[in-house]
Design a binder for this molecule. Structure first.
Ligand code: FMN
Length: 243
């Protein structure tokens, strides 16, 4: 019988019918469900409403992983639609900002960062997506195409794509309520977000590829998160297909 850390994780994070309900979470200690960089230079994105209108069945048939990208940049309107479609705010109810992607307990532990290689009217650099403001907050300016390629185990598509989406989890946001089971949920949340992005990319005539093969520490350094409280989970490259 397999006894690796993954096998133990699967067993030890199971719910059991006789011990489902503990004392419940400490509401006073409930963490924020949003991260913002108030000191950063912020770029308001245009309204994502002027997005794509395609039939869902067509988009589902066309989606595939694209690994060869043309040098053509994406526009800021396209980037606006992509960020919103992936995990933007879709409605506000009872003071909670609900998103385009579902999230266990509406806790939204996943944060979105972008490594912008080629986006019209946006300096190359590393940005954080402020969901509430639908704005990009600049973390670092510069060309990070080589660094993000190396951080993805040398996968050149990360340097060639117009933009690389990087998703992290702020673990305590979900762990606060679900304990160790939260580690299942953060990856599920990220999967929903990535699929939203993949479909949105097709709808805009763009291509994308999911990236699970990455060096956590190297990606965390690029986006300047500590790797303990917050760490990368997943990435997606987006750009114009080369053919
Ligand atoms: C969790 C996950 C991780 C992946 N990581 C990579 C990756 O690091 N590099 C890559 O080229 N493709 C990666 N892919 C893409 C898969 O290889 C691809 O989805 C699969 O071959 C099916 O092809 P399709 O996406 O064209 O339908 C990943 C996909 C998923 C869902």
């Amino acid at each position: 019988m397999a006894q690796g850390v993954g096998d133990k994780f699967q067993q030890e994070t199971k719910y059991h019918p006789n011990k489902l309900f503990g004392p419940g979470p400490d509401w006073a200690a409930r963490p924020e469900t949003l991260k913002e960089y108030p000191q950063a230079k912020s770029f308001k994105l245009p309204s994502p409403k002027a997005g794509a209108r395609r039939f869902l069945d067509e988009v589902l048939r066309e989606r595939r992983s694209v690994r060869d990208y043309s040098p053509k940049p994406v526009t800021i309107d396209q980037l606006s639609f992509l960020t919103w479609a992936a995990d933007g705010v879709q409605r506000e109810e009872h003071g909670c900002w609900f998103r385009t992607a579902p999230s266990a307990g509406a806790l939204y532990p996943v944060e979105t960062y972008l490594v912008a290689n080629r986006v019209e009217d946006l300096a190359p650099g590393v940005y954080h997506y402020n969901v509430r403001a639908h704005a990009l907050e600049m973390i670092r300016q510069g060309d990070f195409s080589s660094q993000v390629t190396l951080a993805a185990l040398g996968q050149q598509m990360c340097g060639d794509a117009a933009v690389v989406f990087v998703w992290t989890a702020v673990f305590q946001r979900c762990r606060w309520k679900y304990g160790q089971r939260a580690y299942r949920y953060v990856y599920l949340d990220a999967g929903h977000i990535a699929q939203n992005l993949a479909l949105a990319a097709v709808a805009l005539g763009l291509g994308s590829c999911q990236i699970g093969a990455l060096f956590d520490d190297e990606v965390n350094r690029i986006i300047e998160v500590d790797g303990i409280e917050e760490s990368v989970l997943y990435m997606t490259c987006v750009g114009y297909p080369s053919r």
